[in-house]
Design a protein around this ligand. Structure first.
Ligand SMILES: [Zn+2]
Ligand SMILES: [Zn+2]
Length: 109
């Protein structure tokens, strides 16, 4: 069987693009949704990332019980402040952070 050399990543849970996750998020130090350092955590599922011929599956973790609006908002503006792609409005990570914020916002009402 021939190994595919395409860089593919299986779609993650909750529409998470594994390519957009930071190393800290893949290692479970930070929330995969809002990027907050985790104290309590809940499992989100796994993503598979390919680096050359190596496929690695990482379990993802999120804030427990939910990301707070404060966390999510801070993550969104913190990311956008240092992100070129966000300035042109083409950033999947920025969009995901804003989605996490609106989800948290709805959850708190
Ligand atoms: Zn979170
Ligand atoms: Zn961005």
């Amino acid at each position: 069987m021939k190994r595919s050399e395409l860089v593919t990543a299986a779609p993650g849970p909750a529409g998470i693009d594994p390519a957009a996750l930071t190393r800290e998020q893949l290692l479970g130090w930070r929330c995969a949704l809002c990027g907050t350092l985790l104290t309590g955590d809940r499992p989100l599922g796994t993503v598979t990332v390919s680096q050359g011929p190596t496929l690695t599956t990482y379990p993802l973790w999120a804030c427990d019980p939910n990301c707070t609006t404060e966390h999510a908002w801070r993550a969104a503006i913190g990311h956008a402040a240092g992100c070129e792609a966000c300035r042109t409005g083409e950033c999947a990570t920025g969009q995901r952070l804003l989605d996490a914020y609106s989800t948290a916002f709805r959850g708190e009402r």
